[in-house]
Design a protein around this ligand. Sequence first.
Ligand code: DGL
Length: 257
Amino acid sequence: MPHVLVFDSGIGGTSVLSHLKCAMPMVQYTYVMDNELLPYGLQSQETIKSRLTALLNWIERSAKQVDVIVIACNTASTYALETARQHTNIPIVGVVPAIKPAAETTLKKHIGLLATPATSKNTYTANLISTFASECQVDIYHSTTLVNIAEHYYWHNEMQAELLQTELQRLNICNELDRLVLGCTHFPIIKNHLQNYFSHKVELVDSGAAIARRVQHLLKNKLDQSGNVEARLVHWYATASDKIEQAAGVKSLKLVS
Ligand code: DGL
């Protein structure tokens, strides 16, 4: 059975994992969260590069047969995708802000990017914008509070509605734009709440479905041979499993470079 490893700083990557599971139920998934360093959006590029290198070392040491690695984190992908690819022969699919589809579908030629502080200001993102959205006005917003709200929502099944309202007011997203790119995998977790706030004037765009198609393409031959056995449970790992109250079934992992 093909094996896909999904990586994020926290639970944001589960927004990608759900697309993957839906498109490819016959795949074994491992989910690794580096919650010891959450939020990644406030970390330096050097730190993130070394965490990804440590992750790849761990995969190699543990002799896991991984067919595809999905870096389900815009911050890690935009900071360290190239470095990570130099350290392994396993195909890596990075999740980066969906600037291209947003720029292709906007009617007003005016889009927004909502991401972490790191993603919003790095060179990779600037290149994405100049390559795919040069015809558009692109407004950039960043938030770490939304990452924390999504984590809380996931683990406690409770929306911190007042905090969300205050943060969205602070962000003051321009109501002239018609596409808002959710450039952090944590944000689709609270997509319905974001959509309620914006009503339907703005379409929220993320990369989850496109990533699932890409992984499906990479695994095509293996999927054809894998038969009809549905995967068992996802294997969960966390670098700070003690921080997760509901950590039942989450194994502890130390990332050392
Ligand atoms: N989910 C991550 C992203 O897509 C990172 C969030 C964080 O840890 O700051 O950027």
